[in-house]
Write a protein that binds this ligand. Structure first.
Ligand code: CO
Length: 138
């Protein structure tokens, strides 16, 4: 069912500061930076091997990432698993009684189809399912 880890996402309070840190300390470069209005965040994607590190910062105080930072501070926010078919994956999880954040897939960064699985019932890990758009220009 899982094709691999697509990205690991870190919640940060200042995207520019975090990007600079990851360039200077880890030698990682930003391949894509975009606002995902749907999630109230701005994200920067830094390729790392076959996967990527994603830095996410809130663009509005109402965003779930803003609330996350208030409650827990900066740190690991979610791990994204790549799947071939996000709808089929949601169907399977629903059948298993796993709590979902998204009942239907939505558009994530880069035009990918994504859906979040609730950390409750998944040993505390927020998982994002990612079905890549396959569009290199997205
Ligand atoms: Co993500």
């Amino acid at each position: 069912m899982l094709e691999g880890i697509e990205h690991v996402a870190l919640a940060v309070s200042d995207l520019d500061v975090a990007i600079r840190h990851h360039r200077e300390v880890w030698g990682l470069e930003v391949a894509r930076r975009e606002r995902v209005e749907d999630q109230g965040i701005e994200e920067a994607t830094l390729p790392l091997g076959a996967a990527a590190l994603q830095l996410i910062a809130p663009t509005s105080p109402a965003s779930t990432v803003a609330r996350f930072l208030e409650r827990r501070g900066e740190g690991l926010h979610h791990v994204a698993y790549e799947v071939a078919d996000v709808r089929a994956a949601l169907e399977r999880l629903r059948a298993l009684g796993v709590a979902l954040v998204d009942e239907e897939p939505r558009r994530g960064g880069g035009g990918d189809l994504v859906a979040f699985v609730h950390p409750r019932g998944n040993h505390g890990l927020l998982v994002e399912l990612v079905q890549r758009s396959g569009d290199p220009s997205a």
